[in-house]
Write a protein that binds this ligand. Sequence first.
Ligand SMILES: [Zn+2]
Ligand SMILES: [Zn+2]
Length: 272
Amino acid sequence: MVSNIINPEFAEALRCKAMEIRDFCLDMVYPRTCLSCDALIESKDSAPKLDLGLCEDCRQQLNSIEPPFCRICGEPFSGQIDQTFLCPNCDGRRMAFDYAIAAYKAEGPLRELIHQFKYNRNLALRGILAHAITLAFQDSRLQSEDLSHWLLVPVPLHWSREMHRGFNQSWELCKQLTKQTNIPAAPLLRRSRRTPRQVRLSRNQRLENMRGVFAPSYRAWLSQIILRRRAWPNVLLIDDVLTTGATAHECARVLRTHFGVQKVVVITAARA
Ligand SMILES: [Zn+2]
Ligand SMILES: [Zn+2]
């Protein structure tokens, strides 16, 4: 047998060389460009899966969210704190979700990717953003959970907005995450009315604005009634960006009251 004759180290070196030649040929035919700034990406610079399709410069500008951060809303804090802490926004307020985690700060190239994905309808970016979300799965609190028994649930858009955009970005991210993690996804919620843009509103105003906006989706409601489904698993609520947590709070409230969900953890690609 040839494999028994060839030295394994030599075989590995040969395989690496073949990969290098393949990448070189692919780069000649389809040069890779940075998804944020269009600069050319050289194969030797890229670390597959970790580069998010960005050039070295843009990668340097990604700000991942590291502890310390608020143990409820995930707001990062730049000082030295050894214990877990609550930010002034969460202190004394009861949010319906257990906690929220995000992979990166919503600034620089990542903000650009999200903008391209949502508003320029660049669906090709969903795999990369879903991969960014899986980085948030490394949170120590989730590491002790058996996530195969959880459910990925998207934050819904109002049907008119979804029709206008052509897709719901959160549902697209959920489907990608299912491919990457094998955790099942289900759209349990619907948005029953449109809400005005919340950019200029305070957190209290946003909470007020979102009250009663979400309801069980018709599919989940039917499954509850017809199949008499009573037991619903814990939920990873998925969205592209978390701002004040008002939307996530209202979604989590409906998940708990209508579906009896015990734990709701919010996971987003970015934190504003
Ligand atoms: Zn770039
Ligand atoms: Zn907080």
